[in-house]
Design a protein around this ligand. Structure first.
Ligand SMILES: Nc1ncnc2c1ncn2[C@@H]1O[C@H](COP(=O)(O)OP(=O)(O)O)[C@@H](O)[C@H]1O
Ligand SMILES: [Mg+2]
Length: 252
């Protein structure tokens, strides 16, 4: 049994156009925790998560999920995770329940498991009777809840969620955060998520890694980081590390 669910070691990614998105990224995710990879737009979060989900190949370095190498053992890696991409959509001409049935039919081993998945996802989504309406009539918040429910209903060992609350209003963001926390604990799912909103992860994450320009610049529990940098919140931790004073001069 490996020590970590996710092991990332000196990961580099250079895109074909020469853009160096990851410059030696290293971090680990422990069993059962909610780990947040947080950082501003362009920091390299999506690149990292896509490499772990085996959609993108790293240029060099190592990434393992439950000990399986993303480059040489991608099928094994995929068996252990469920991935929600940043700009995920759903078949908008299906109803919510039809969509869940469609997805469950791929994953379930039998009819009983399929029913279990659909019932669970329906509950997680909190959509009530709107589950019978076409997805194209859903608000952004409803769609995101449906997609998160779809990601969790298969009980993956690891859920990788890229910006699960981005673009949502306060009420829907809060709802999504509560769903993630409640159900991943209940089903024993380890979570690796990303967010550019450093304030929201305080509630959600057991541990965070702050990523900036393709490198991890700090890591710890939100409490540890705030204490270490004598900061009120994680946004302040970030500005203290990257030297936010220049930014203040521009504003004031
Ligand atoms: N397909 C691509 N080709 C070239 N550069 C890319 C590509 N995808 C992302 N990038 C660049 O890589 C950097 C990291 O991007 P990304 O991983 O999407 O960051 P984040 O998710 O943290 O916002 C950015 O500078 C972005 O412009
Ligand atoms: Mg991104």
């Amino acid at each position: 049994m490996p020590n970590y669910v996710v092991e990332v070691n000196d990961l580099h990614k250079v895109y074909p156009d020469g853009k160096e998105a990851l410059k030696g990224l290293s971090f680990n995710v422990k069993e059962g925790e909610i780990y947040g990879l947080i950082g501003p737009n362009g920091a390299g979060k999506t690149t990292t998560l896509r490499i772990l989900a085996t959609i993108l190949e790293p240029t060099s370095g190592e990434a393992r999920i439950y000990g399986y190498d993303v480059k040489t053992q991608p099928e094994q890696v995929r068996k252990h995770l469920s991935y929600l991409p940043e700009e995920a959509g759903a078949y908008k001409y299906l109803t919510g329940i039809e969509f869940l049935e469609f997805i469950a039919s791929f994953y379930a081993k039998n009819e009983e498991e399929k029913r279990r998945m659909i019932q669970e996802a329906w509950k997680i989504s909190g959509l009530g009777m709107r589950i019978k309406d076409k997805i194209k009539t859903y608000s952004k918040g409803m769609l995101r809840r449906l997609l998160i429910a779809k990601t969790l209903m298969v009980h993956p060992k690891l859920a990788i969620l890229d910006e699960p609350t981005s673009g949502l209003d306060v009420i829907n963001s809060t709802r999504v955060r509560k769903i993630i926390k409640k159900y991943t604990r209940e089903y024993g799912i380890t979570v690796l998520l990303s967010s550019h909103n450093m304030l929201e992860v305080d509630y959600l994450c057991d541990r965070v890694g702050i990523i900036h320009e393709g490198r991890l610049i700090a890591e710890g529990t939100p409490g540890e980081l705030k204490k270490k940098y004598e900061a009120e919140n994680l946004e302040e931790v970030f500005t203290k590390i990257v030297g936010g004073e220049e930014m203040w001069e521009v504003i004031s």
